[in-house]
Design a protein. Sequence first.
Length: 436
Amino acid sequence: MSYFEDLLKKIESKTAHVGIVGLGYVGLPLAVEFAGAGFTVTGIDIDEKKVAALNRGESYIQDIPTAVLAPLVKAGKLKGATDFSSVAAMDTINICVPTPLRKTKDPDMSYIVNACQEIAKHFHPGMLVILESTTYPGTTNELMLPMFERADLKVGEHFFMCFSPERVDPGNANFQTRNIPKVVGGITPACTKIGAAFYRQALETVVPVGSTRVAEMVKLLENTFRMINIGLVNEMAMLCDRMGINVWEVIDAAATKPFGFMPFYPGPGLGGHCIPIDPFYLSWKTKQAGIEARFIELAGYVNGNMPHFVVDKIQNALNDHSKPVKGSHVHVLGVAYKREIDDVRESPALDIIHLLGKHGAKVTYSDPFVPHLRADGAVPEMAAIDVEQGTREADCVVIVTDHKNFDYPGIVERAKLIVDTRNALKGHQSPKIVRL
Ligand code: SAJ
């Protein structure tokens, strides 16, 4: 029997030993899905705290309830490890490690390289390895394959390699790992076939594509599409502001068009570890190919300017109340990068807090999902304060993240002045409300 047939048999009988490297908001949900489908799954992460929590059956990922995780761990279907020696016993491996950008906006591939180096030490014929981390087109073929292929280990024959973009939307109650269509492209047709068979065991919809580069580019198109359209509406917000037009009303009315339009909304800037970052993987690669992805650069500039635009709005609003920013108390409502989540990575709230501090304002914040902000160069160490206290005492309240459970009517009643960057106070009319 060929390696392909042998591995396909293990996958389809769910006797394959599944490995997931990287147990974050992508890897842990994926591990849970495959363990829930009946596979024995080993998750590997360098963070001992994550691995220890996993082995206690305790979830540390908002979208995975402990009530779902614990029984899988108890049943021995899912366990965590910090070393890679268990790779020797694995049949499949998904790599779900971070792909951050350096400050110079070029890709930091160190997490992928380190993971592959460790896996390669225990790699054996008959394995399927799939990269899920968002990256530039060509990574799987140009960077990963040479780390595994040898004279006696030919891809598509002795082992199989694919790329499959992760599409997790943290906090999305309707779409979670199992019911988000899964794109997968292999280095050879046999790789694509076995990669698709693998995902079909645990996920509802699988979308095979012709190559790893297509699969890598699918992800970048998806996220670049979002980033550019958010940049467009952010620019519209600045144009409408200058022309005294309510941009929110414009977008809501445009959204009544039943075809050919998709609403995006202005905001305080672009947060998260994907949308503001992934498109620059594409522009970095295209520059190497001698072409410039100008839309990406321009959208990055517009989105990056939004925190400054918000602080200008705050400055002008205070000025209209004869108060300089310097010495004024500004209370920030919401510091997570979007509502209903606890993640502050790349959050525009951090830029706004930093800029306000530079202007000499006294800044406090409230966020039910983020009780504590670590100092990170841009912002000092901060602890959230009570919403009522902050909104009553501040000279200006700024809504940066529109968490649902804020008491908006109470905020409007208590606050002296409010800058609303999310249209959270839609329907509230008051001279003390200033909107983007
Ligand atoms: N934002 C706006 N206006 C909008 C939409 C979003 O200002 O109209 C802001 C958000 O406040 C946030 C940032 O953009 O700061 C990113 O928003 P997001 O909803 O794209 O947030 P992510 O990064 O958690 O999720 C995205 C996925 N989101 C959706 O599909 C809705 C998706 O783009 C990716 O699959 C995923 O990141 C990823 O991991 O790549």
